[in-house]
Design a protein around this ligand. Structure first.
Ligand SMILES: [Fe+2]
Length: 402
């Protein structure tokens, strides 16, 4: 057994924890902050932005707002925001919202501390230059309002290069949040459909961390717990979106899966999903994962039968009346029925706008932009293998065994 473990982020977790922004000693030093949200205006409409601004103000921290971030953050956007942060003397960055806002805040915090740098100077795949940042990122505070991304507990952020089809993840020790506040009450405003899709993103983070060659004992423990929690509770939460207890369970599942991402990371399923997002920025990340997942897990059942049996057992144990499943072949029916119970059963790549004639480009894109996660996958997959997974995922309901 051999592994490295590093998870430095303090996490304040629970109902009304946002209020602790007023007095937590963990808040980064400084009196000037930038609050980063996406451009849809929901943080303003829900009053979350005003609350965060006011809580910071109570500590004599003046804040400026960056609300120009797309649902799939682009390099131009984070570079422009970083320039503003530098010009205004911002000392820390607060990401408020879903994964896009948190990821963008990390990227802005990194670029703001490195004058003259472009986002793609640092990306280590695609057309990135793979440079090492000269200075550590500014401290970043993560306040998630969806349960799925796990960005509050890991160093990763995903950005698309403006004007291109490169969507790449990056992170280093300095891009772990300096503080995360996970308050499930902030997630009550998420509609059922998005709750289901983002919750499944967390499921994949956990399941993939259990399958990656970079797994380790702590991520294994959290991954099985997370898979069990999501399998048992997400379908009920989709039906009862006001249920605060279930919101709390899913918030923890997301954070727990984020720790799995920090400790072990994902697999090539995320490489393929990012390729789909690069060609179709309007496709939600979680939806791309869902569309690809059935074909992906069939391959994993052959590559890692014992571990897929463990995942089946974790899902089965969440059932009211467990059937004693522990065989890799049990995973597929349990997983498919969970998707159906969440209202996601029929989702395929074709539903996300993917065309058959894009399959080769998507496979090439995944290999070019996110090779590290493919390398961490427990079976070697070449371009033809990826094309087969993509083709089977166009209409997964009609999928035969690959
Ligand atoms: Fe993800």
């Amino acid at each position: 057994m051999s592994f490295n473990m590093y998870m430095p982020t303090p996490i304040l977790f629970g109902l009304d924890k946002l209020d602790e922004l007023a007095d937590t000693p963990r808040l980064p030093a400084g009196d000037r902050a930038m609050i980063v949200t996406t451009n849809g205006g929901s943080m303003m409409r829900c009053g979350y932005y005003q609350r965060v601004q006011s809580l910071l103000g109570s500590r004599q921290v003046a804040s400026i707002l960056c609300d120009q971030i797309s649902p799939n953050p682009e390099s131009d956007e984070v570079e422009a925001a970083a320039a503003v942060a530098r010009a205004k003397g911002v000392q820390f960055v607060v990401g408020l919202g879903g994964g896009s806002a948190l990821d963008a805040a990390k990227a802005i915090a990194l670029l703001a501390a490195n004058e003259g740098a472009a986002m793609w100077d640092y990306m280590s795949a695609g057309s990135g230059k793979g440079l090492t940042p000269e200075h550590p990122a500014l401290p970043m505070v993560a306040i998630p309002t969806t349960a799925g991304t796990g960005s509050e507990a890991d160093p990763w952020f995903v950005v698309t290069k403006s004007g291109s089809r490169e969507k790449i993840g990056w992170g280093c020790d300095a891009t772990f949040p300096a503080l995360s506040i996970v308050d499930p009450k902030l997630m009550l405003s998420v509609p059922p459909g998005i709750t289901a899709i983002t919750g499944m993103d967390a499921f994949f983070h956990a399941a993939e961390s259990y399958l990656t060659i970079n797994r380790q004992p702590a991520s294994d423990l959290l991954a099985l717990e997370t898979v069990s929690l999501i399998a048992g509770q997400l379908p009920i939460l989709v039906d009862e979106p006001e249920n605060l207890e279930l919101r709390t369970v899913l918030a923890w599942a997301s954070t727990s899966a984020g720790i799995c991402e920090a400790l072990a990371g994902c697999t090539g399923l995320h490489s393929l999903a990012h390729a789909v997002g690069a060609l179709h920025p309007e496709a939600p990340h979680g939806a791309a994962l869902i569309a690809l997942s059935r074909a992906w897990f069939l391959i994993m059942a052959e590559a890692e039968p014992e571990r897929m049996g463990d995942l089946a057992m974790a899902m089965d144990q969440a059932a009211e009346d467990p059937a004693g499943c522990c065989d890799p072949a049990d995973f597929h029916p349990l997983f498919t029925s969970m998707l159906e119970d969440c209202g996601l059963g029929a989702l395929g790549l074709a539903d996300l706008g993917v065309q058959e004639d894009e399959i080769e480009e998507l496979a090439e894109n995944a290999l070019w932009t996110m090779p590290a996660l493919l390398d961490a996958t427990p079976v070697e997959l070449d371009k033809e293998d990826l094309m087969a997974i993509l083709a089977a995922s166009m209409h997964p309901d009609e999928m035969e065994r690959l």
